[in-house]
Design a protein around this ligand. Structure first.
Ligand SMILES: [Zn+2]
Length: 772
C-alpha cells in the first residue's frame, strides 16, 4: 500500500506549510551539488578522512552494479500470477527469493506467522428503490493485458477486515467521509443514522471512512473510486492510458490500524502458533459496519438515484451527473460475508554479519505480497531491494566487509495490515530494541523525484546520500532536482527556504507501509524512500496493476528502479560502514521548533474561527443569508478554545536546540582532529548513545487511547489514517477539543524532549572524550 491518493507530494507541501524563516547565511550552501562530482576525497559525515576515501570507493563500485534488465526480469517473475497472502504463488515467490539471497552469499531463512486473513465469500451491492440495479463488483479482462484474465486466482474486489453484515437502508453521500463532512451534513439537516453511506476514495486512509460512518450511526459503508481522483478526469484510462477504467475498483484493508496494525488477534506479540489469541468477536480492529469498495461504473447508478439537496461544490466529483447528498428515495442492499481463515505469512530474512560491530543492525525491507499481481505495489520497490542485495553480495566477493550487520527483509502480508513486518518485529522486539540502528523501507515507486520520509535525526544523512545519486533523465543529482522542484512549486516562503536551507526537509512518517512497527512501536529511527511524481496512474490495488501496465506507463525502462537501488543501497552501505553513526540533531531540533509553532498556529486559527462564527451568529448572518426554502441550519455556538500552556514545549525545544549545537560542535572538533584522532577513538559508546536517541522519543504507555503507538513525535492520525500527526498527543487533543488532555500532553512532551536533550549532551561529551 502506501499511496493515499495520487498527489504523492501532498505531505511534503503540508510540512513546508509550517516552515519558519530560513537562515539567510546559508545561501548557495552547496553550489556544486547540481551534478555528481564523484570526488573520491570529499568528506563524509561519520567517517574519518581515510575511511571516507575507502567508503567512497566501495560506494562507486556498488552504484555501477544495479541493472535495469535484471529489475525487469525479476518483476516479470514475481508478478506473473496473483500473490496475495495464502496463495501458492505468494509462497513460491518467498522460496524463490530465499534461493536468490542464498545464491548471493547471504545467510537467509523464512519465518512464518499464523494470521487472521478474511477473504470474501458473499458480496452484494444493489439498488432496490426507486429502480433496481445490481452492481457488477467485477473487474473484466482487458484483452491487451495478458495477466488480467487470471480470474480464478484473483481476489475479488473487497475490503479486508470488514465485519460480516446484511443491511438494507436509505443511501447518503458523505463526500470523503471525514469528520468535517458529517458536520456539513448536519448543517444540511441530514443524519446518516440507520443509513448506508457512500464515500469516495481519497483524503483519508480508507479504513477511516467506515469508522467515522459507524460513529455517526450508519449501518453500512460503500467506498467508490471517483474519476475525479484517479480516473478520466486525470487522463486517459487503461489500457489507452494509465488511469482507472470505469470497472476498476480499489481493494484494500479497512482494519483499524491506527489502534494497532498486524494480526488483529495477537496485538503486541508475534503471531506464532502458540501465541495467546483474542477471540474473533473481541478483535477491536475489525470494522463496526460492513464495507465494500466499488468502481465508478457501479457507483454512478447509485449516486444518480440520490435525492435531497445538491451536494456542496467541493463534494462533487467528475461523473456526468448532478451530485446529490440524499437520501431521497434511494434504498440500497449491502451484503458482505467472509471466510474468517487463518493463513501463513512467509517473511524472508537475510543477513550479512558485521565485521566489527555485529551487534548493531541496519535493517532494510519491502513487501512482496500484493492485492493481485502488484507490479507497482509493491514489486516496483521489491525488485530494487533485491538488486541491492545482489550487488552487496557482489561487493563482498570483492572483499568488502560491512562494519555492522545488515539485515534484508522481504515482508509478506503487508496489504491486509502490515502483518508480516509487525508480527516479525513484535516477535523479535527485545533483540530489536537492543540492536536495531535504522530501518530503511520502500514500497511502490515509479518515475520522478526522490520521495523521502523518516526520522529527522537522519534528515542530514539522507540529503547527503541524495547529493551522490544521479537522476537518470536530467543527469542532475537527485538532491538538486528535488530542490529545484521545491522552488518551482513552493509559495514565496517555501521558495526562499528551498534556496537557502542546506537540507530539504524530510516528510514525517504516518503509516501505510512496513516502517510502522519499527518507528512507532519500537522507536527505531526509520526512513521510507522511493521515486514518484511523473507517472500517475489509477490501477492502485486493482487487477490492472501488473507487468503490462508498469512496462507501458510506469518506470518503463527501470532507470528509476536503478536509481532507487543506488539510493537505498548507498544509504545502507554508509550506515553499515560509518565509524560514527551519521545521526544529526540540528535539523531535528529545527523540525521540532516548526512543529511547536504549527501547534500554536492551529490553536490560534481555531480560536479566531470560533470567535468569528459566534459573532456572525449574534449578528444574524446565518438566519439572514441561508435560503429559507432549503434546509440549512446555522452552526451551533461554541466556546472558543482556551489558552494552553506551551511553556513546557517551548523550553524543551530551546534546550534541544542548545544540545544539538553542542553535539555539532563536538562533531566539528572531532573532524578537525584528523584521521589519527578517529583511529584512536573508540566510538562504540557514542554509537550506543546515538542508537538510543530514537528510543528516547517513545513512552512505554504509548499515545492516549492507543498504547501500541509509542512514538511521541510521529503517529498516523486517529482520523486520517496514513497521514501523519506530529506531536500527536498534543495535536489530536487540540483537534478533538480535549483541552485538559492537551495541557497534560504539553507537559509530557516537554519531559520527553528534555530527556532527549540530556541524551544528546551525553553523546557530545562522549564524542569529545573519545576523539580528544
Ligand atoms: Zn504496498
Amino acid at each position: 500500500m502506501r499511496r493515499i491518493m495520487l498527489s504523492v507530494c501532498a505531505c511534503l507541501v503540508a510540512v513546508l506549510g509550517m516552515v519558519r524563516a530560513a537562515n539567510p547565511a546559508a545561501v548557495a550552501a552547496h553550489p556544486a551539488d547540481a551534478f555528481i562530482t564523484a570526488d573520491p576525497s570529499a568528506p563524509l559525515d561519520g567517517f574519518s578522512v581515510d575511511s571516507a576515501r575507502a567508503e567512497r570507493a566501495w560506494e562507486s563500485k556498488f552504484r555501477a552494479l544495479p541493472d535495469p534488465a535484471i529489475l525487469r526480469s525479476t518483476m516479470q517473475r514475481i508478478t506473473a500470477r496473483p500473490h496475495h497472502v495464502g496463495t501458492e504463488y505468494d509462497r513460491s515467490n518467498a522460496e524463490w527469493i530465499l534461493s536468490l539471497f542464498r545464491a548471493w552469499g547471504w545467510d537467509a531463512h523464512i519465518e512464518n506467522f499464523e494470521v487472521l486473513f478474511p477473504t470474501p465469500k458473499e458480496r452484494r451491492v444493489e439498488l432496490i428503490e426507486p429502480t433496481h440495479f445490481q452492481a457488477t463488483l467485477d473487474e473484466p479482462t482487458v484483452p491487451a493485458d495478458p495477466t488480467s484474465d487470471q480470474h480464478a486466482e484473483q481476489l475479488p474486489t473487497y475490503n479486508a477486515y470488514s465485519i460480516d453484515g446484511d443491511v438494507t437502508a436509505p443511501l447518503v453521500y458523505v463526500n470523503f467521509g471525514m469528520p468535517e463532512d458529517y458536520e456539513q451534513l448536519a448543517r444540511l439537516g441530514i443524519s446518516v443514522k440507520g443509513a448506508i453511506v457512500i464515500a469516495r476514495y481519497g483524503e483519508s486512509w480508507r479504513g477511516i471512512k467506515p469508522k467515522v460512518a459507524a460513529e455517526h450511526g450508519a449501518v453500512g459503508c460503500i467506498i467508490y473510486s471517483d474519476p475525479h481522483e484517479d480516473g478520466y478526469f486525470r487522463g486517459d484510462v487503461f489500457p489507452a492510458g494509465p488511469w482507472r477504467p470505469a470497472a476498476g475498483a480499489q481493494r484494500g484493508s479497512v482494519m483499524d490500524m491506527v489502534l494497532y496494525p498486524g494480526d488483529p488477534l495477537t496485538p503486541g506479540v508475534g503471531a506464532s502458533p502458540g501465541a495467546h489469541r483474542l477471540p474473533l468477536a473481541e478483535a477491536p480492529t475489525l470494522t463496526k459496519i460492513p464495507v465494500l469498495p466499488i468502481s465508478y461504473g457501479d457507483a454512478q447508478p447509485l449516486l444518480s438515484a440520490l435525492g435531497g439537496p445538491v451536494a456542496p461544490e467541493a463534494w462533487r466529483g467528475s461523473l456526468p451527473i448532478t451530485y446529490h447528498v440524499g437520501p431521497g428515495a434511494a434504498r440500497v442492499h449491502l451484503q458482505v460475508k467472509s471466510n474468517w481463515n487463518t493463513q501463513t505469512v512467509h517473511d524472508v530474512i537475510a543477513r550479512i554479519p558485521g565485521a566489527d560491530s555485529p551487534e548493531e543492525w541496519i535493517l532494510r525491507g519491502n513487501h512482496e505480497d500484493a492485492w493481485v499481481n502488484g507490479a507497482e505495489d509493491p514489486v516496483s520497490g521489491l525488485v530494487d531491494e533485491l538488486e541491492e542485495a545482489r550487488s552487496l553480495g557482489e561487493l563482498r566477493k570483492q572483499g568488502w566487509k560491512p562494519r555492522r550487520t545488515i539485515i534484508y527483509c522481504v515482508w509478506d502480508g503487508e496489504e491486509p495490515g502490515l502483518l508480516g513486518s509487525t508480527e516479525w518485529a513484535e516477535e523479535h522486539a527485545e533483540e530489536l530494541r537492543r540492536h536495531a540502528v535504522v530501518y530503511l523501507n520502500s514500497d511502490s515507486m515509479g518515475r520522478g523525484y526522490l520521495d523521502a520520509g523518516g526520522s529527522h535525526t537522519l534528515e542530514k544523512f539522507v540529503n547527503g546520500v541524495a547529493r551522490d545519486i544521479e537522476d537518470p533523465e536530467t543527469h542532475l543529482s537527485v538532491w538538486k532536482r528535488l530542490q529545484l522542484q521545491l522552488i518551482a512549486r513552493g509559495k514565496r516562503e517555501e521558495r526562499e527556504e528551498a534556496r537557502t536551507r542546506p537540507d530539504w526537509r524530510l516528510d514525517a512518517l504516518g503509516s501505510g507501509s512496513d516502517y510502522t512497527v519499527f518507528l512507532d512501536h519500537l522507536g527505531v529511527a526509520s526512513l521510507d524512500l522511493g521515486y514518484s511524481g511523473e507517472d500517475g496512474g489509477g490501477i492502485y490495488h486493482s487487477i490492472y496493476d501488473d507487468f503490462y501496465w508498469y512496462t507501458h506507463f510506469g518506470d518503463t525502462d527501470f532507470s528509476y528502479g536503478r536509481a532507487m537501488a543506488q539510493t537505498a543501497g548507498t544509504a545502507v552501505l554508509r550506515l553499515a560502514d560509518a565509524d560514527l553513526l551519521p545521526f544529526d540533531f540540528t535539523d531535528f531540533a529545527d523540525t521540532i521548533h516548526t512543529y511547536s509553532e504549527s501547534l500554536k498556529q492551529l490553536l490560534n486559527d481555531r480560536r479566531e474561527a470560533t470567535v468569528e462564527r459566534n459573532r456572525e451568529i449574534d449578528e444574524g448572518v446565518f438566519t439572514a443569508t441561508l435560503d429559507p426554502r432549503q434546509t440549512s441550519l446555522p452552526p451551533a455556538r461554541e466556546d472558543p478554545p482556551p489558552y494552553l500552556n506551551f511553556a513546557p514545549l517551548d523550553n524543551a525545544a530551546q534546550a534541544l536546540a542548545r544540545s544539538a549545537a553542542l553535539y555539532q560542535k563536538a562533531l566539528e572538533k572531532a573532524r578537525s582532529g584528523g584521521a589519527a584522532a578517529w583511529a584512536r577513538a573508540s566510538l562504540q559508546q557514542v554509537n550506543e548513545t546515538l542508537i538510543e536517541s530514537e528510543r528516547q522519543l517513545t513512552r512505554p504507555e504509548g499515545l492516549p487511547g492507543r498504547p501500541w503507538f509509542k512514538h511521541q513525535i510521529y503517529a498516523p492520525g486517529f482520523y486520517t489514517g496514513y497521514e501523519v500527526k506530529t506531536l500527536p498527543a498534543v495535536r489530536e487533543a487540540i483537534e478533538q477539543k480535549k483541552w485538559r488532555e492537551a495541557d497534560a500532553a504539553l507537559v509530557d512532551i516537554g519531559k520527553i524532549l528534555d530527556a532527549e536533550s540530556a541524551l544528546i549532551r551525553r553523546a557530545a561529551e562522549e564524542l569529545e572524550s573519545a576523539t580528544k
